[in-house]
Design a protein around this ligand. Structure first.
Ligand code: ADP
Ligand code: MG
Length: 696
């Protein structure tokens, strides 16, 4: 193995390589394009493409692919070779600027939500020079955006880049108001912590539900779960440690700063945290991380489950989206800092986030809405489906002091006036942490904890960037015209806190009482994807996205359609898998066991005529009753399956799945799980939770 510094980024056409391999003026032109978005001319692209190709060929690469992120949630690739005929019957390796900059994959098979009829199948991929090209599986991968012939985004990267620009535009207005003339851009940064499960491949293969749905549809609770909390941060088993080591190496080669690997709360659950980076790159890296987790697991006879809730009764997996804002000169705008001017600036950005989250709760909720994540939110293991912000006692007290004009704690007698008085040195440590909040301030960033483990982080970050851009736009409009800046800022912050403080909640988010309290405060509680997703079409959502040019109305409609369709399809597959497993695996196992127990009753009676066969008879009786229940459960699911297919609108269909089908699935599952607890071990139709969670 190479030493770490050599290994890190060795498969990436990064800044160092570019500086080495590109002529100075080409390198500078590319840098300008990346930093300031100046267009790149074809000559420059040609030189870059050629240098990329040479570098890739030296690494044994023969193909290149535009690497993009269609609305399926996974990445897509279309491979072409560098080969060109050389005239003399031989070939040369070629890669032109045109091929680097633009690709034309057939777009007809990617979801477009009605945006693009199949006969207009043309789609374009366009090079995103802000994310480095890299080598994966022997191909040179070029990160690209994917859009339709008419320019609508068909992917997750395009709107993410647009939202970063929107935020940059508005945040720069504020930064300038504070007299900062050196910063040229405001960048959003993200560090997504990724949770996942590892299960044995041989056991995985025996569970149709895991194979088809990525989660178990059946499974009685094992005698031991996570109640002892002995897994969290526990010693890592050798097989898992070997997996983690290899995963780290693969990620490092791709320039991904995987930093922390540890066991999570549930048995067989683990977490990987990267060092944060620019949002766009963080999103690309997270997609690659998930892909690598799956690949590397297979090499160790394991399967990596990225589903948000693979096991009932055991914690699901999330993806904590740590998010902050900083200037291109490295100033974190959410860092409380210590000097007065910066503090006023900090408080302004802080209140901008508070306002945004309160005003657009529905958007944040729906940005993490998937069939899988619905099982996790509100299950008292992850935040409820209610959005709130945790600020901690210190910061909350400061805001309260500002709002009420009261003296603040340590500096008794003195009335807080933002921007005039120095705030107390802010404790950036972990003294008062809250793990139950969906949106927590953690020292110099916010941690959005609602995204599920399988989600692309683009969605939530598109929303975050856009809604905060909107707060900042309103703030800038007001402050730019102010006669007295200090006074205006004070009034603005005070008014914003007063208006939006209902979103702040520092208590236990898992508590039932909070859900009631939240309802009293008028906060949204959108329990399912079916309930949440239609809010994408609200007037308010349309306005904020179109105003900041992140989504057009057409794009919003198509995306809503895609999300709901995907929800319906997921549930459809789950229903069919459930029916299949009940009929072909569970019921036959029950009948076999009933037969054998009945045979032993006969045998017992023959051997000892007055033998009491109560235990055996009870087992048969209970199992037959449960088998009947399961069988009528299947009938009900079949009927509902037909009904679901009769809906013309995806929205109505989604509501039907959420309100009728899911409860019917839960009922069938309850019967099956009781059966599992009664069946003899050798009769069990597939590996149990104990097998999956504890035999690694
Ligand atoms: P935790 O205790 O929740 O694990 P850490 O301090 O280890 O918190 O950070 C968690 C994640 O937050 C890491 O991925 C880290 O890179 C990321 N992070 C830290 N600072 C920032 C920032 N300014 N912007 C975005 N993400 C950040
Ligand atoms: Mg965390």
């Amino acid at each position: 193995m190479k030493k770490l510094p050599e290994l890190f980024g060795c498969m990436v056409f990064n800044d160092t390589i570019m500086r080495q391999r590109l002529p100075e003026n080409t390198y500078q032109a590319l840098k300008r394009c990346v930093k300031d978005g100046t267009p790149l001319d074809l000559n420059v692209a040609n030189i870059v493409a050629n240098a990329m190709k040479d570098w890739a060929v030296e690494h044994g690469v023969t193909h290149y692919t535009h690497w993009f992120q269609p609305m399926t949630g996974v990445t897509a690739e279309k491979h072409d070779s560098f080969i060109s005929p050389a005239g003399d019957g031989g070939v040369i390796m070629e890669f032109s600027g045109k091929e680097l900059v633009k690709g034309e994959p057939d777009a007809s098979s990617f979801p477009s939500g009605g945006l693009r009829a199949t006969f207009e199948a043309r789609g374009y991929t366009a090079w995103d020079p802000t994310s480095y090209a890299f080598i994966k599986d022997g191909s040179l991968c070029i990160p690209t955006a994917f859009c339709s012939y008419t320019g609508e985004a068909l992917d997750k990267k395009t709107p993410l880049l647009r939202s970063m620009e929107a935020l940059d535009r508005q945040a720069m207005r504020i930064v300038r108001l504070f007299g900062n003339t050196s910063a040229r851009h405001v960048i959003t940064t993200v560090g997504p912590e990724q949770e996942y499960f590892l299960v044995d491949k041989a056991l995985f293969d025996q569970r149709l539900d895991l194979v088809f749905c990525g989660r178990t549809l059946f499974g009685a609770k094992p005698p031991k779960g996570q109640e002892l909390d002995d897994h969290y941060f526990g010693a890592i088993k050798p097989r898992i440690a070997a997996f983690m080591r290899e995963l780290d190496e693969e990620l490092w080669k791709l320039g991904i700063l995987a930093k922390t690997e540890h066991n999570e709360a549930a048995p067989a659950q683990h977490e990987l945290a990267p060092v944060f980076t620019t949002t766009n790159i963080a999103a690309d890296h997270n997609q690659l991380t998930m892909e690598m987790m799956k690949k590397v697991a297979l090499r160790h006879g394991l399967v990596c489950l990225l589903h948000e809730k693979p096991f009932a009764g055991v914690n699901g997996s999330g993806k904590h989206n740590n998010w902050s804002l900083s200037t291109d000169t490295g100033l974190n705008l959410l860092d409380p800092g210590e000097s007065p001017a910066e503090n006023a600036q900090f408080l302004l950005f802080l209140t901008a986030v508070i306002k945004a989250v309160d005003e657009y709760q529905e958007l944040l909720r729906l940005s993490v809405a998937t069939a899988g994540n619905d099982h996790r939110l509100g299950a008292l293991e992850a935040p409820p489906a209610v959005i709130s912000i945790f600020l901690g006692s210190e910061l909350s007290a400061i805001l309260e002091a500002i709002e009420t004009g009261q003296p603040y704690g340590r500096r008794k007698k003195e009335v807080m006036t933002v921007g005039v008085h120095t705030l107390p040195a802010f404790p950036k440590d972990t003294t008062d942490r809250n793990r139950t909040s969906p949106f927590a301030f953690t020292g110099n960033k916010f941690e959005f904890r609602m995204p599920g483990s399988a989600l692309s982080i683009s969605g939530p970050n598109i929303v975050l960037n856009t809604i905060v851009a909107e707060s900042l736009r309103q703030f800038a409009d007001e402050l730019e015209g102010a006669a007295d800046f200090t006074q205006a800022i004070n009034a603005l912050i005070k008014r914003t806190i007063k208006k939006h403080k209902r979103i702040i909640f520092n208590g236990n988010g898992y508590d039932e009482a909070w859900v009631e309290e939240a309802a009293r405060r008028g906060l949204a509680n959108l329990r399912t994807t079916a309930e949440a997703m239609p809010h994408f079409l609200d007037q308010k959502s349309m306005e904020v996205f179109t105003r900041h040019m992140v989504f057009s109305e057409v794009e919003i409609r198509s995306r809503t359609e895609i999300m709901l369709e995907s929800y319906n399809k997921t549930l459809n597959i789950e229903v069919l898998t459930m029916i299949d497993m009940i009929q072909k695996q569970i019921l036959p196992a029950v009948f076999r066991y009933i037969r054998d127990v009945s045979l032993s009753i006969t045998a017992m009676k023959q051997a000892v005529p007055d033998a009491s066969c109560t235990a055996a008879e009870e087992t048969v009786r209970r199992l037959s009753a449960l088998a009947d229940e399961l069988s009528s459960g299947v009938q009900e699911l079949n009927v509902q399956y037909e009904q679901a297919h009769a809906f013309a609108s995806t929205t109505a269909c989604a509501r039907f799945y959420a309100d009728s089908v899911i409860p019917a699935m839960q009922k069938a599952r309850a019967a099956a799980d009781e059966i599992e607890s009664l069946l003899g071990d050798e009769y069990k139709p597939f590996p149990s939770y104990s097998d999956l969670l504890f035999r690694i």
